[in-house]
Design a protein around this ligand. Sequence first.
Ligand SMILES: *Cc1c(COP(=O)(O)O)cnc(C)c1O
Length: 349
Amino acid sequence: MSVWTEQAVARIQADAQRSADTHLIKLELPALAGIDLYLKDESSHPTGSLKHRLARSLFLYALCNGQINQGTTVIEASSGSTAVSEAYFARMIGVPFVAVMPRKTAKAKIRQVEFYGGRCHFVDCPTQMHEAAVVLAAECNGHFMDQFRFAERATDWRGNSNIAESIFRQMKLESHPVPTAIVMSAGTGGTTATLGRYIRYKGFNTTLVAVDPENSVFYDVWQTGDRSLEISQGSRIEGIGRPRAEESFQPTVIDRMMRVPDGASVAAMLWLEHLCGRKVGASTGTNLWGMLTLAAEMHQRGEQGALVTLICDGGERYLDSYYDPAWVAETLGDISEYQLQLKGVLGGR
Ligand SMILES: *Cc1c(COP(=O)(O)O)cnc(C)c1O
């Protein structure tokens, strides 16, 4: 290993050492007495989302594989949080970073990548991102990170302070330290893979429930086992749902899957702000709707226990989309049916 690689790994490790763990927030819902609900707040990472963990893992993985060396340009196909977090780590170790993204990507995100010293390379439509990243990497002898392929294997699923280990450690002093279920949506599928493998490795009596938005094949792939399924539409819930079964998506680690209507995701996202004064992204709404569905089932059966899900990112980036009622009405239609359901379950909040 070169001195440069050694130093790059050490820098990322030192950064992790200086960083605090993310909070596990407990929701107070009197209507669901006996069922404790928790949110693991991944929006509190320095780059604002759960992709901070992924980016750190992908960089360490590629460095230790010898794929990133001094001066290697790192390339990623991402219009979202992954590009922002990877730009942060690229700057930390002093390598150039290029994010391949659709031309119509929100200006705020482009600015964030550029803020961390990254460059944005634009393609006309999302389906061209992967190929463009491969070509770009070949042209400059760079390294294509390929999150949708490597997310599931870059993270140490047995421990090393991964998100699953952190959740179970933080639950230790709760009334129900082993949650009945952990709920998570899938983008790369990396987080569900880590959660599911860790639960089984430790032998916890916890069900891993994955939630999927409307325009995504993950749910059908999980049900049928057919990885060749494809759809033409992209997901309307940012960060989750894919039109094809990306390699990183591991259906066999998931115990149960649920499809969540996009309107329900946004209704749950808005409802969380009333409950705890926090703006979050729409994928957190998908997670929350899934968790509340499970809570209602448990309540009906007279069961007690704990449920855990994630705040994937904050809501500040979505003020002119999910937080704009006109945008929601135009893009997703009427969501009042879901808002009414939330009121019903949760006693008027
Ligand atoms: C990536 C992402 C997810 C899904 O996480 P994966 O580990 O990639 O499956 C959920 N929400 C947001 C906002 C994301 O960026």
